[in-house]
Design a protein around this ligand. Structure first.
Ligand SMILES: [Mg+2]
Length: 244
């Protein structure tokens, strides 16, 4: 039997659950917070509707381009460019805070399964290496801050974000980076995620042991073949035990 050495997690709807959200509505709330923040810094501002429209179009265009080129973007770079064009003069820290303000409404929607921290602590005590691999155009600093506030950051020392490495799952590139960063071998690593395509297909292709998190059973008939299926993270205990 394979000896398990590590677990890599997807982030959205695996460790942090967002469920169905009204993306545009939350973006508008975030834009309003960002606008207030810029105002508090005394930055020159156009009327909010214009500010909002320019932000929406910038992100839509970047998103469109990234899907065509199949490469991720980092919305922090984009935000910096849009801010420059609007005549704002921001330090790096202020641009990060601006990105955070955009994100706060989405952060407020997130929940973590009960006892997730204890679960990860137990895995660490068993000597397992833990990390995460996330598809996101959000800056790593913003998601790290969310994980810190959720009291999970210190348990996940290895974090690979597509906005940093530019590859998106299921591209093998992002899995290679995660494996080399953690020093794990694919066959000794569980990969836990909620997306049959990005997570299960990606992990299977690289030879990781895939676990599909499917709380509602909506992927029951999916043709991808996870090695294991779970509805809740707690069920990982049993799976991990079978590899000891
Ligand atoms: Mg996910």
């Amino acid at each position: 039997m394979t000896r398990l050495r590590g677990i890599l997690f997807d982030l959205g709807d695996t460790l942090l659950n967002f469920g169905k959200v009204d993306v545009l509505g939350l973006f508008k709330q975030g834009a309003s917070r960002a606008y207030d923040y810029l105002q508090s810094l005394g930055q020159p501002l156009m009327p909010f509707p214009t500010f909002y429209r320019k932000q929406v179009w910038a992100i839509r265009w970047a998103y469109f381009k990234s899907r065509i080129t199949r490469r991720e973007f980092n919305s922090l770079d984009l935000l910096g460019r849009v801010s420059d064009a609007m005549g704002h003069r921001l330090t790096h820290e202020q641009t990060l805070e601006l990105a955070w303000q955009f994100y706060v409404p989405l952060r407020d929607k997130a929940t973590v399964e009960p006892r997730t921290r204890e679960l990860l602590e137990d895995f660490r005590r068993q000597g397992l290496t833990l990390g995460l691999v996330s598809n996101t155009f959000l800056p790593p600093e913003v998601l790290d801050r969310h994980l810190e506030q959720s009291n999970l950051l210190d348990l996940l020392p290895h974090r690979v974000y597509s906005s940093h490495v530019m590859y998106r799952k299921p591209h093998p590139g992002i899995f290679n980076i995660a494996l080399s960063q953690t020093g794990l071998e694919a066959g000794q690593t569980l990969f836990v995620g909620d997306s049959p395509h990005a997570d299960v297909v990606g992990a299977n292709r690289k030879g990781l042991i895939s676990v599909l998190k499917d709380p509602t059973g909506r992927h029951k008939k999916s043709r991808t073949n996870p090695a294991h299926r779970i509805a809740r993270l707690e069920e990982l205990r049993e799976i991990v035990a079978t590899y000891r």
